[in-house]
Design a protein around this ligand. Structure first.
Ligand SMILES: [Zn+2]
Length: 389
């Protein structure tokens, strides 16, 4: 059991040198002590608390519905040092105790956060530049020329295993939070297995994932599982409006993200705001690349795939899912139009698999747009379904 005394005025270790716990989160990150959880995560939080602190919990659901935010809230609740009661409504972290304060500052000694470098800045845990050890010789190049890693590496998991064996600094739980858990490669995940099998007392793993099928089955089978679905549309819409989006923009962004509110907001933050989303089909049809060139390539390919999907739905007479119907051009089409669009969809899936490789983004953009424009024009030019003799 934990031995550290709570009365010891022990300085929390600074973030530097503890790579994954990087720097203090910017702003009031969701799920952190004192912060709000969106309405649709309240029930999931209660459900997770009802599981009775399993040593390993896998929270999964579509990207952007709040798996990570829920995991942070659960970690905060487990590390809060205020006794359960009125000061902690619904079992949430109190927001005032030393545990809550150090967690909010990003320096809690009993929390290890494993994020890919590329995500740390985005989620408000420092810039990511100090994440992981300095690049190894075989990776070549210094920090300035190295792209932030998108993987959770085996070294990080080894540190997590060592961390699990240490005594709790604040006398409570010790937690490793892994997000997105599917970014652990097989070697990294394998180093976890023994700790998952025989977890030290009061030690907890919280894994968050949008692709649990990509986790090692041996890891998955050792975790209790909590699945999050898409939130009710009105709650998602209200939350986005609370983040400063107009009602119309919130609706557009939510549709663009397939109903996942955090994903909707993240897209707007990456330059794909509601206005551009509405105009994107026309920009593509006209072959205008200036505004689209600002988007990260994976996001652009995803947008084109959704445009292709909606165009197919229009040919089949179904309502579009992602774009406003009036932005997509006339409904209807022919089997030939469907063939053209299917070929385009296949090609986009291929390009999506390569989108994170370091290739020449400008060339890729022009090629993608030329292909998109051609597919849309060919599909539109194909004779309509109902004009056959
Ligand atoms: Zn607290």
């Amino acid at each position: 059991m934990a031995t550290a005394s709570r009365s010891t005025a022990r300085a929390a270790r600074p973030a530097a040198g503890r790579p994954e716990a990087a720097a203090a989160p910017a702003g009031a990150a969701l799920g952190l002590p004192g912060g709000q959880l969106p309405a649709w995560l309240d029930a999931a939080f209660a459900q997770a608390q009802g599981l009775g602190e399993p040593p390993a919990l896998l929270i999964h659901g579509p990207a952007g519905v709040g798996s990570y935010e829920l995991a942070v809230a659960l970690a905060a609740a487990a590390l809060c040092e205020t006794a359960p009661g009125p000061a902690r409504p619904a079992g949430r972290a109190c927001g005032h105790c030393p545990g809550c304060q150090t967690l909010r500052a990003g320096t809690h000694p009993d929390l290890l956060l494993l994020l890919p470098e590329a995500l740390q800045g985005e989620l408000g845990w420092g810039s990511g530049e100090e994440a992981e050890a300095a690049p190894s010789a075989e990776e070549g190049g210094g920090k300035s020329s190295r792209k932030p890693s998108r993987e959770i590496r085996v070294e990080a998991l080894r540190r997590a295993v060592a961390f699990a064996q240490q005594t709790s600094s604040r006398g409570g739980a010790k937690i490793v939070l892994v997000h997105p858990a599917e970014r652990m490669n097989a070697v990294a995940a394998n180093t976890l297995l023994k700790t998952l099998e025989e977890p030290p007392p009061r030690f907890r793993f919280l894994l968050s994932s949008a692709a649990p099928q990509r986790l090692l089955p041996t890891v998955r089978s050792r975790c209790r599982s909590l699945r999050l679905g898409l939130p009710p549309a009105e709650q998602a819409q209200a939350w986005l409006e609370g983040q400063g989006q107009s009602p119309e923009a919130a609706g557009l962004l939510l549709a663009a993200a397939g109903g996942a509110p955090f994903e909707a907001l993240a897209r707007a933050g990456q330059g794909l705001d509601a206005a551009l989303w509405r105009e994107l089909p026309a920009e593509v049809r006209a072959g205008r690349s200036a505004r689209l060139a600002e988007l990260p390539l994976p996001l652009l390919i995803d947008a084109l795939a959704k445009l292709c999907h909606d165009r197919m739905r229009r040919v089949l007479g179904a309502a579009p899912r992602f774009f406003p119907a009036d932005s997509l051009g006339p409904a209807g089409g022919s089997p030939q139009a469907l063939r053209v669009l299917s070929d385009w969809a296949r090609s986009l899936r291929r390009e999506a698999r390569q989108a994170e490789h370091p290739w020449h983004a400008a060339l890729a953009l022009e090629a993608l747009l030329a292909e998109a424009r051609q597919a849309l024009a060919d599909a539109a030019a194909a004779p309509p379904l109902n004009s056959r003799p």
